[in-house]
Design a protein around this ligand. Structure first.
Ligand code: GDP
Ligand code: MG
Length: 162
C-alpha cells in the first residue's frame, strides 16, 4: 500500500490546484466557486523519490450544514485514512478562524502535518509565513500551486514524514 497524503483546508485555498500539480492531471475540479470538490478525489504523485497517494477533499467549513457538512465528513474520512495531512491555507486571505478550527481537528487526530501557505505569488513570502506562525505549526511552507512554486521543498518535507 502506498502512503496517503490528504489535502485539507477551507474552500478555495487551492487544494485542487495543488492536487493537479502533485498528480500532474487536470482530474480535480478547479473552479472559482468555493466548495466544488464535494467528494474525496484520489491520484498518485510520482514526483518524489517514492510514489504516494494524494487525496483531494472538499473544503472543511465551520458550523457546516447540508451539503457542506457532507463535504466536511468526507474531509474527516480523508484525515482518518491519511498518513500525512497538508493543511492548506490562503496567504491572500490571511489567518481565519476556520483555519484554526481545522487545525484543532487535525491536532485531535494527532496526524503528522505540514502547513501549506498557498498563493504566495506576488506576496512577500516571509510576511505570509509570519502571519500563520500564530498557529504554532513547526513546518510551514510557502507555495504557489498556480505557478508550481515551492513544490520541490514540499516534496522534500513530505519524504521526511512518509
Ligand atoms: P480548493 O477549493 O481549495 O480546491 O481551491 P481551488 O484549487 O479550486 O482554487 C481556488 C481558486 O484559487 C482558483 O481560482 C485557483 O485558480 C486559485 N488559486 C489556486 N492556487 C493559487 C495560487 O497559488 N495563486 C493564486 N494567485 N491563485 C491560486
Ligand atoms: Mg477543490
Amino acid at each position: 500500500m502506498l502512503p496517503v497524503v490528504a489535502l485539507v483546508g477551507r474552500p478555495n485555498v487551492g487544494k485542487s490546484t495543488l492536487f493537479n500539480v502533485l498528480t500532474r492531471t487536470r482530474d480535480a475540479l478547479v473552479h472559482d466557486l468555493p466548495g466544488v470538490t464535494r467528494d474525496r478525489h484520489y491520484g498518485v504523485c510520482r514526483l518524489a523519490a517514492a510514489p504516494f497517494v494524494v487525496v483531494d477533499t472538499g473544503g472543511l467549513v465551520d458550523h457546516a450544514e447540508g451539503i457542506e457538512s457532507q463535504t466536511a465528513r468526507q474531509a474527516g474520512f480523508a484525515i482518518d485514512e491519511a498518513d500525512v495531512v497538508l493543511l492548506t491555507v490562503d496567504a491572500r486571505d490571511g489567518l481565519l478562524p476556520t483555519d484554526r478550527a481545522i487545525l484543532d481537528r487535525l491536532r485531535r487526530a494527532s496526524k503528522p502535518m505540514l502547513l501549506i501557505v498557498n498563493k504566495v505569488d506576488g506576496l512577500d513570502e516571509h510576511g505570509a509565513l509570519a502571519e500563520f506562525a500564530a498557529l504554532g505549526v513547526a513546518s510551514a511552507l510557502p507555495v504557489s500551486a498556480a505557478h508550481g512554486r515551492g513544490v520541490t521543498p514540499l516534496l522534500v518535507a513530505l519524504e521526511a514524514l512518509l
